[in-house]
Ligand binder design. Structure first.
Ligand SMILES: [Zn+2]
Length: 273
């Protein structure tokens, strides 16, 4: 059975309160040997880190999501201070594998662009200082995101999560050492542009994600998305890319391992006992 890594989900959120442990167990049974739980609210960061310490297969990423930047300056400063404190804590080094999701969202126009850019830059500085890759959330803002990454000389790499941009934009991220995160959205038959991008992308640049509970694949339309469905998503994407299913799973898992410095052998051992 191939192994899968869900590089982006929100397993800590309330949608999983009734069956979280079962979902984690089912995911492992289906070969989803690692998951990165992305924590987007400062008041949930500690809980999600704790959740990850209880399960060998879980890792966590904390960050200020561009859509949820606190209104008050004091709250923003407190959140950034807490973030620095969490990443400075060497006890968290292994579990806090990335910083995110962070970035720019110009789709929602009521959030000030300059403020988003400032918070994004602050967090890139934290990621650089503590040497963690970042998980990027970007909507209608690829040019500015790429510009800021270059201006900051950001070297820690990361993932352009739920990527829906053009092949040219993907190439810019890849040049900066980023992987392209793909999931359920690309499984829909009418997602023509995504299919074209997926077919053009080098296999070495792709990592998989669910973004659960959101972005359900076509096979689970209208349902809560779950890391358990990652193997189905992988299969659908492999068909669209017209490559062997197993090869697609193996290479994308390897890509994620490389980015987060995980050894495949160690992962398999720890996840199945
Ligand atoms: Zn997300």
């Amino acid at each position: 059975m191939p192994s899968f890594i869900d590089t982006h989900n929100h397993l800590g959120c309330d949608d999983f309160n009734s069956d979280r442990d079962q979902v984690i167990e089912n995911s492992i049974q289906k070969g989803v040997i690692k998951q990165i739980v992305v924590s987007v609210f400062a008041n949930e960061w500690q809980d999600d880190i704790e959740l990850s310490t209880k399960h060998t297969s879980l890792h966590v990423a904390c960050g200020i999501h561009p859509m949820y930047i606190p209104d008050q300056q004091k709250q923003r400063e407190d959140a950034l201070a807490l973030l620095r404190q969490l990443y400075a804590n060497t006890n968290h080094k292994k579990k806090l594998c990335a910083l995110g999701e962070i970035g720019l969202d110009y789709y929602i126009d009521h959030i000030d662009k300059a403020l988003q850019q400032a918070i994004f830059q602050e967090q890139l500085a934290i990621a650089s200082h503590y040497q963690r890759p970042v998980l990027l959330h970007v909507r209608r803002a690829h040019a500015d995101t790429i510009k800021i990454l270059k201006q900051c000389h950001f070297k820690e790499q990361g993932i352009a999560h739920a990527f829906s941009g053009s092949y040219e934009e993907a190439k810019e991220y890849i040049k900066l050492g980023f992987k392209i995160g793909l999931g359920g959205a690309g499984t829909y038959p009418h997602a023509y542009r995504m299919h074209r991008v997926l077919q053009q992308l080098p296999l070495e640049s792709i990592v998989l994600e669910t973004d659960a509970p959101d972005l359900s694949p076509v096979t689970r339309q209208g349902m809560r998305n779950s890391p358990e469905y990652l193997p189905e998503i992988s299969k659908q994407l492999a068909i669209i890319k017209q490559i062997n299913e197993k090869e697609f799973a193996t290479v994308t898992t390897h890509n994620a391992c490389k980015l987060f410095n995980w050894s495949m052998d160690e992962i398999k051992k720890t996840s199945f006992n």
